[in-house]
Design a binder for this molecule. Structure first.
Ligand code: PLP
Length: 445
């Protein structure tokens, strides 16, 4: 880079630092940001010249890599037809084709689709559906509406808007800051028996007693199926999810599966609910829905829920975002799902899983590591200490990879097209930083 380019880059980054919020970092003394020039396949290329192998899929969203010709084509062809129209009174083929596909691929009873703009909104929509459903049911019989709360498990994550936040883990979700305005929901202990551990019938006892005690107050139970992502990359036993389904049916509580992180093959099943062979009443999709191209989310529900809401007091579901069913997003989503199915995603995911099992699992031997875990295309290294984000990030960039740990977790979830030598580079970089004291905070952090 010549001097002028270097100065230009500095000016851009200075403005960014002075004036633009980045997620979960201080505005007055922010963590550094790296300026991206472009991205291609599994590579993110920085303006400063480094080319980084992407271990994050841009927060679980990129499936087929960046700058994919098929997805680009879907986007530009749609842009030349219509980029956006309102969804009130108008409809279009991209939305119709996408919803047909979603109904076909998701578990059996999910027959009605509500499209929205982001994962958090899809969760708001799911919660609102559940509340409106219970309200409409009571309205039919003139009964008092008592089912107005949500039941969930600790260590969950469902998004940053208020209803979503009210079902996030109370500790890591910082509930105390918003205590006075958050809904008061009911929390069961986090699932504890791991995915591949022997099942223990005791595991769901407390959950059962909460259902028993509070079912008259509970509209819905919400959970991330099999993988608690942001709450700690915890993979729990499929029997837990089976039991959730049983309890919800027994106590007339709707089951909301938040598949925003786990959907579209990430865990080794197309949807994580399949590990337990269950159908939820409501399912949320997001993140990978457009292969990481544009923000789009979906909330699916059963015909029974849709009909009950439609026969209720309002006569309709009370939600309608401006950019509902954006045609660009829907077109890319259709193309991404087609690629996923054509590319034999099962083989892609099991290849990554096998590579991680061979190479990432043994990092558990490192004295800084508490545990390592792999499920599908998700690999996690849980450390004994929290990471120093600024230092570890800088080292990862020097080592040619893009990995962004949080808390004491270094995890990777690469695009499905990643190759063996690229996986090696990611895992070798993790092995390297594990030996470096300045990448971690003190023992008691
Ligand atoms: C990321 C995530 C969300 C929120 O999605 P946004 O698009 O960030 O609003 C909700 N639930 C789960 C499980 C997620 O991983």
């Amino acid at each position: 880079m010549n001097n002028k380019q270097t100065n230009n880059l500095k000016a851009l980054l200075n403005f960014d630092k002075e004036s633009i919020w980045h997620p979960y970092t201080s505005m007055s003394s922010p963590l550094p940001s790296y300026l991206v020039k472009d991205a291609n396949g599994v590579h993110i290329n920085l303006a400063s010249g480094e080319s980084l192998i992407d271990g994050m899929s841009s927060w679980w969203s990129v499936l087929h890599g960046y700058n994919h010709p098929t997805l680009n084509k879907a986007l530009t062809e749609q842009a030349s037809k219509v980029s956006h129209v309102m969804f009130g009174g108008l409809t279009h083929e991209p939305a119709i084709t996408l919803c047909e596909k979603l109904i076909e691929l998701t578990p059996n009873n999910l027959d009605k689709v509500f499209l929205s703009d982001s994962g958090s909104v899809a969760v708001e929509v799911a919660i609102k559906m559940a509340l409106q459903y219970q309200h409409a049911k009571c309205h039919q019989t003139n009964a008092d509406v008592t089912k107005t709360k949500l039941l969930t498990v600790r260590k969950g994550y469902h998004g940053d808007t208020f209803a979503a936040m009210s079902v996030c883990d109370p500790v890591t979700g910082m509930h105390q800051i918003f205590e006075k305005v958050l809904f008061k929901n009911i929390f069961a202990p986090a699932p504890n028996v791991a995915f591949d551990e022997p099942w223990d019938e005791q595991e769901t006892h407390e959950l059962e007693s909460l259902f028993k005690q509070y079912h008259n107050e509970i509209a819905a139970f919400i959970i991330e199926p099999i993988v608690q992502g942001t709450g700690g990359m915890r993979f729990y036993h499929p029997n837990y999810l089976k039991k959730c389904r049983e309890l919800c049916s027994q106590y007339d509580v709707l089951l909301i599966a938040d598949e925003i992180a786990t959907g579209f093959g990430r865990t080794g099943k197309l949807f994580a609910c399949e590990w337990a062979g269950i159908s939820p009443d409501i399912m949320c999709l997001g993140k990978t829905l457009t292969g990481g191209y544009i923000t789009l989310a979906a909330t699916l529900c059963s015909e029974h829920i849709a009909n009950t809401i439609s026969q209720g007091e309002a006569g309709c579901f009370m939600h309608g975002p401006t950019f509902m069913a954006n045609p660009l997003a829907c077109s890319v989503a259709v193309a991404s799902i087609k690629l996923l199915l054509d590319n034999n995603w099962r083989e892609q995911v099991s290849f990554i899983e096998q590579q991680f099992s061979e190479k990432l699992i043994p990092l558990a031997k490192n004295e800084r590591v508490k545990a390592t875990r792999v499920l599908g295309s998700i690999g996690a290294v849980e450390c004994n200490q929290s990471v120093n984000v600024a230092n570890i990030q800088k080292r990862f960039v020097e080592l040619g990879v893009w990995i962004r740990p949080f808390g004491n977790l270094i995890y990777i979830i690469p695009p499905l097209i990643i190759k063996a030598d690229e996986i090696d580079k990611l895992i070798n970089a993790i092995a390297t930083v594990l030996k470096e004291d300045n990448c971690f905070n003190g023992e008691n952090d």
